[in-house]
Design a protein. Structure first.
Length: 214
């Protein structure tokens, strides 16, 4: 699956920018609060408008503090997948339960330096694991291949039937890096600058699909 990240899109033309990647599996929406990460993007009002403007399932990536309070409303609004950060949550499974009860898939994200082992037990409460391959906060950073070991660990558990999860990666994905991520067993690839910093975002998505399969 390919999930273009609108972080690199033109925020004044979000409906058009979504239409430009029609046929993508998910549309990745980065919500930042200037506290959990040193950047500020958009929130629930923009997500609600975007839901009316596109049929692509929204993959909301919440880089925010206090997800117990702020994450469920994104599910209530109609996001397909609501992912929050393990580092920001006191009770990740409880937040996942509330997201699911509100009708969305629940995702857990971990930053590049966060180990996966402490979270393996609770991954059964989630539908998605989002492995960050850059420090969250900004688009256009370089891919960190060392995070792929975490993806491989989880991939093995999924393949063994011990977990049911979409394994997603976010940060620095482009035509060159996507192959190694695919090899590590990633199911869903987020790409911001590699899609939207081009003349033809639709063609960029097709190129990423081809590069992942090669
Ligand atoms: C970064 C965001 C990413 C960002 C990726 O914190 O979570 O989704 O859009 O951008 P690229 O693909 O340019 O690394
Ligand atoms: Zn993201």
């Amino acid at each position: 699956m390919i999930a273009p990240s609108i972080l690199s899109a033109d925020f004044a033309r979000l409906a058009d920018e979504a239409a430009a990647v029609a046929g993508s599996d998910w549309l990745h929406v980065d919500v930042m609060d200037a506290h959990f990460v040193p950047n500020l993007t958009l929130g629930l009002p923009v997500v609600s408008s975007l839901l009316k403007a596109t049929d692509i399932p929204l993959d909301c990536h919440l880089m925010i503090e206090d997800p117990a309070r702020w994450a469920p409303p994104y599910a209530e609004a109609g996001a397909y997948n609501v992912t929050f950060h393990a580092e920001a949550a006191d009770d990740p499974s409880g937040v996942a339960r509330d997201i699911r009860a509100a009708g969305a898939k629940a995702g857990l994200s971990i930053k590049p330096n966060t180990p996966i082992e402490p979270y393996l037990e609770i991954l059964r409460d989630f539908d998605t694991l989002l492995v960050m391959s850059v420090e969250p906060g900004f688009g256009g950073q370089s891919f960190m291949p060392e995070v792929l070991d975490k993806a491989r660990t989880v991939r093995r558990l999924v393949d063994a039937g011990e977990l049911r999860l979409v394994v997603e990666i976010d940060g620095g994905i482009n035509d060159d890096t996507i192959a190694q991520a695919a090899e590590a067993g990633i199911d869903c690839f987020v790409a911001g600058s590699a899609v939207y910093n081009t003349d033809d975002p639709g063609r960029a998505v097709a190129a990423l699909r081809a590069a992942a399969a090669s």
